[in-house]
Design a protein around this ligand. Structure first.
Ligand code: ZN
Ligand code: ZN
Length: 333
């Protein structure tokens, strides 16, 4: 039996086309998911502008409909997709640190087809089964929004002797808001947030942050999580961090990553931490975090739309009307 399936193509300059394809048999070692939820990510805007040779979409939740040879995952399994196609055999993978894989292959939605589609095929090892009590539209937030945020904070905690008294989150997009939401559960006392967009800042405050005060003053925070990727935000982070403190560089943009070697920067003794995604070993703890904050995050951030409305979802995302649009089907909740 052939399955036909719709999927989106980003052809550059903000254009999205849809195509209908016949799906062949599932490749050995892979699993076919019916996509029930695929969240839009800020990084997808880069693909929207530049175009993509593969189907984008990398925050995927779905239901297993078929499995290739050698795969044990039963049909009907609800799952989210871990996007780094890690090797599974190197020393880092063996330790569960799959985001540090020494032979990291493709990323789903970046170098192989992702989830802005009715179906997606992924390697079986990238399938993370979702606990029964977690709805799929909450589970997808366990990827970039909570998974990446929580891992960054766990990594930052390793530079600290104890808890973090005061943290600043610079940039209140979906990832920054994820950091705001999980920080109190990961040993952070006071959480402050800054964003030049008043609506985003208000959302951070609704999720429990205090609006940051005067950020021209030096030495205010023992942890600063820079989530915007903007050069000005990096300078701010470096100014307000206390000596001995930690700056987490979590934001990404297409701009070169620069840091002006100001006298302040030269004379600051501190940690700079870069983190990428999250290791599979943290997934069980992340389900616990999602049980605590996931439904609130979903209700505060996400806007469900059908796949056919993907162009509109991106238009509203780019305009800043919607914090985190999600492509969903009826079965997601
Ligand atoms: Zn992303
Ligand atoms: Zn590996």
């Amino acid at each position: 039996m052939t399955t036909t399936s719709s999927r989106a193509r980003f052809t550059g300059d903000g254009r999205i086309d849809f195509e209908r394809v016949d799906l062949g048999p599932v490749a050995p070692g892979e699993v076919r998911l019916r996509v029930d939820v695929c969240a839009l990510c800020g990084s997808d805007k880069r693909l929207l502008a530049a175009g993509s040779p593969v189907v984008p979409g990398h925050e995927i939740g779905g239901t297993v409909v078929a499995a290739g040879e050698g795969v044990q995952v039963p049909a009907g399994t609800r799952a989210i997709v871990y996007i780094p196609v890690y090797c599974g055999t190197c020393v880092r993978c063996a330790a569960g640190l799959t985001n540090q894989c020494l032979d990291l292959g493709q990323l789903v939605g970046w170098q192989r087809d992702g989830g802005f589609a009715e179906h997606v095929d992924v390697p079986a090892r990238c399938v993370l089964p979702v606990p029964d009590d977690v709805p799929l539209d909450v589970a997808v937030l366990g990827l970039d929004t909570v998974g990446t945020a929580a891992h960054a904070l766990r990594l930052a905690r390793r530079t600290r002797d104890g808890d973090v008294a005061r943290a600043l989150v610079v940039g209140a997009g979906p990832l920054g808001l994820g950091v705001v939401a999980v920080a109190p559960h990961l040993g952070v006392g006071e959480v402050h947030a800054y964003d030049p967009h008043p609506g985003r800042l208000a959302t951070a405050v609704r999720l429990g942050a205090s609006a940051a005060g005067d950020l021209t003053r030096e030495n205010q925070y023992d942890l600063v999580v820079e989530v915007s990727g903007a050069a000005a935000a990096r300078e701010t982070a470096q100014r307000v961090v206390t000596p001995g403190g930690t700056v987490v560089a979590l934001g990404e943009s297409n701009e070169p990553y620069t840091m002006p070697a100001t006298p302040r920067w030269r004379r600051t003794d501190c940690f700079t931490v870069r983190s990428f995604y999250f290791p599979i070993s943290e997934v069980p703890e992340n389900w616990a975090l999602l049980r605590a904050v996931g439904a609130t995050l979903r209700d505060t951030l996400t806007h469900p739309l059908p796949l056919a409305d993907l162009p509109e979802a991106f238009a509203r995302f780019v305009a800043g009307d919607h914090v985190k649009p999600c492509i969903v089907t009826e079965d997601a909740r």
